[in-house]
Design a protein around this ligand. Structure first.
Ligand code: DMJ
Length: 684
């Protein structure tokens, strides 16, 4: 007898069997599919195509290797380090390339960037808050990634060339720059720069238009700076200057015979501009740990200390916002303040850092102070007041200004000597060279620095320059424009190398105000610059003498033995730089390059750069001094001559007389003005 239960059992078994069969069929179809002929073909095709790709990849890798090699030599020419080159090797490793190139393609699609660009490999990718980064500058905050990106782009064929760093000073990296700037404005809160140096701060100055750069020439100047710096570091670190021949330190009396690291402080902004990051950090570190005028009894030149040390620190502060530099600038300026305690407020030339006792040079016309010295404090002291909020410094230089404004000027000219006790002129010697030069420079530049609001300064400049044009500027029989010295109404037809800066000064005066004198200023500016060039090319060394004369017999040539030396001075190159910026006449760049070649031929030694004792000898003797202004000025102006105009544009920066660029008020976000506070200086 079969129960209902009996009947259901076979049914369930049958259902199970059917289900199993269906499942087996489905699996069978799938398995069959996976091994069918067409799929085998497809698999073979895939293997074949992968293999072809691999071969192609090999070829591509060879092409890449060739390109990398090609770029190695370019980069080496640009003095990138071995680690930079290693970075490129890593960047071009086949494993990394695929991923990197894909990322780059995606970025390109997203950003719709132009395909052919020039890449700047700089130590900073930043641009100032006032100016957007150039489209050609790849965004990254350190050298390695930037080189990597550059290499990637190169591999991809997206770049025409790779170039070196450069404009728009910055310290704070993109993300932190605006913040850092805000914080630094009006805030004196000290912070540990150790943090910012390592983490936040990138450096270098980037050109906004790589088309405006002469890469090879500029790279060469940068390499000269490295040579000068590295040898100073090796043989004279912390001392004032280097003696390259004897490989030992040198200290001129202007530095008071103490170890003040003059070359470090003077040269540091040049390192910064060139993007020499490691060297910059060494210098900054030395300043933080060692630089102090406390506890030393140095008799310092107020003028030299101001233009090199205060000026250098101020520029570094403007560039970086690092409070260290503001503190040091103020520290140095405070040490100079006792020199201003005279009946007129015209400071003495020398001051003792310990006692505050100040005095003038014994040789200077009856105890006089010197026009080019007390008249070359305005830019630094005015700016120091603005960034510290302490009006005292500006007051000191305003007092000097008032004395000079009100005093009677013989024939509208300023003699080089003024007695600080009596307020009377000393000997009636006038010069746009030694003892006078930078006073005139600071009249124009004070007006520029103020955002062209300090009208008094511009008026005093125009009055002085018109008198000089009338009484001292002359044309030689051969058609060379020069500016003579004037001694007791007699022209001395001699021009100092120092006066060669005035070519640039006249031109800058012309370019910044349209008035009745504009054309004359520009004509004379070009003429003086041409004459200084002549003084160079008329010497066998192609370097110019300390002073040169004009007579029936000679033009633009030194006559006396004590005028024939060249001490690495910058003034002629300064004018080439300014004239290049204002006219874009290629000859100024070519003249600068001629000078670079001459410096390399005659002044370069295995251990730094020296001046020459006689520029008229074929193989002149070297003087064994690498002046700090060679790093601060000579190499800076030459570097800028071959840079794009966007590197420290002249409508945003004004150069102090030691070539330390200071920001222009109202035109430059790096001005970093602090709110005015009550005087806090403990100096008198
Ligand atoms: C520099 O210290 C300054 O340029 C100064 O104004 C004049 N002399 C030297 C360079 O020659």
């Amino acid at each position: 007898m079969c129960s209902r239960k009996c009947f259901r059992m076979p049914t369930l078994v049958i259902c199970g069997v059917v289900l199993t069969i269906i499942l087996v069929c489905i699996t069978g179809i799938t398995l069959t599919n996976s091994i069918n002929i067409s799929n085998i073909v497809k698999l073979r095709e895939k293997v074949a195509s992968d293999s072809a790709a691999a071969n192609g990849g090999h070829q591509a890798a060879q092409t890449r290797a060739a390109l990398v090699e090609q770029q190695y030599s370019t980069l080496q020419q640009h003095h990138l380090s071995r680690s930079d080159l290693n970075y490129i090797q890593a960047a071009t490793h086949p494993k990394n390339l695929q991923r990197q190139l894909q990322q780059q393609q995606q970025q390109q699609l997203q950003q719709q960037q132009p395909n052919k660009i020039v890449i700047e490999i700089g130590l900073s990718n930043d641009s100032g808050p006032s100016s957007a980064p150039a489209s050609s500058t790849l965004g990254s905050s350190s050298t390695g990634p930037r080189i990597l990106q550059a290499a990637e782009a190169l591999m991809e064929g997206n770049v025409d060339s790779i170039s070196l760093p450069a404009a728009a000073p910055l310290t704070a990296a993109t993300t932190s720059s605006a913040k850092s700037l805000e914080n630094s404005q009006g805030s004196d809160t000290p912070h540990s720069h150790a943090n910012t140096t390592n983490a936040d701060i990138t450096m270098g100055i980037a050109d906004h238009n790589p088309g405006g750069i002469q890469f090879e020439r500029r790279a060469h100047v940068k390499q000269m700076m490295e040579h000068a710096w590295h040898n100073y570091k090796l043989y004279a670190w912390g001392k004032n200057e280097l003696r390259p021949l004897s490989q030992r330190p040198h200290s001129a009396s202007i530095f008071g015979s103490y170890d003040l690291g003059a070359t470090i402080v003077d040269g540091l902004d040049t390192l910064y501009i060139m993007g020499l990051e490691k060297e910059y950090r060494e210098g900054r570190d030395w300043i933080e740990r060692k630089f102090s005028l406390d506890n030393i009894s140095a008799e310092l030149s107020v003028f030299e200390t101001n233009i090199r040390f205060v000026g250098g620190m101020l520029t570094l502060y403007a560039f970086t916002g690092d409070p260290l530099y503001k503190e040091k600038a103020q520290h140095v300026a405070d040490k100079l303040l006792p020199a201003f305690q005279t009946p007129t407020g015209i400071p003495y030339a020398l001051v003792n850092t310990k006692t505050g006792v100040a005095k003038n040079y014994g040789w200077a016309s009856g105890g006089s102070s010197i026009l080019s010295e007390f008249g070359t404090l305005h830019l630094e002291f005015a700016y120091l007041s603005d960034i510290t909020g302490n009006p005292l410094y500006r007051e000191r230089v305003q007092t000097i200004r008032q004395v000079l404004k009100e005093i009677e000027k013989p024939k509208g000219l300023y003699p080089n000597f003024l007695n600080p006790k009596t307020g009377k002129w000393g000997q009636l010697h006038m010069s746009l060279g030694a003892l006078g030069d930078s006073y005139y420079e600071y009249l124009l530049k004070a007006w520029l620095q103020s955002g062209q609001t300090d009208e008094e300064a511009r008026e005093m400049f125009d009055e002085a320059m018109l008198a000089i044009l009338d009484k001292m500027v002359r044309t030689s029989p051969g058609g060379l424009t020069y500016v003579s010295d004037l001694k007791f109404d007699r022209l001395e037809h001699k021009m100092d190398h120092l006066a060669c800066f005035s070519g640039g000064l006249f031109a800058l005066g012309a370019a910044t105000r349209q008035n009745d004198y504009t054309d004359k200023y520009m004509e004379v500016g070009k003429g003086i610059t041409n004459t200084c060039h002549e003084s160079y090319i008329r010497a066998p060394t192609q370097l110019g003498p300390e002073a040169f004369r004009f007579s029936e017999a000679v033009e633009a040539r030194a006559l006396r033995s004590q005028e024939k030396y060249y001490i690495l001075r910058p003034e002629t190159f300064e004018s080439y730089f300014v004239l290049w910026r204002l006219t874009h006449d290629q000859k100024y760049r070519d003249w600068g390059w001629e000078a670079v070649l001459a410096l390399e031929k005659h002044c370069r030694t295995a251990h730094g750069y020296c001046g020459l004792r006689n520029v008229y000898q074929q193989e002149p003797q070297k003087d064994d001094v690498q002046q700090s202004f060679f790093l601060a000025e000579t190499l800076k102006y030459l570097y800028l001559l071959f840079s794009d105009d966007s590197v420290l544009p002249l409508d945003e920066w004004v150069f102090n007389t030691e070539a330390h660029p200071l920001p222009i008020k109202g035109a430059n976000a790096y001005y970093r003005q602090a709110p005015v506070t009550l005087p806090v200086s403990n100096a008198s």
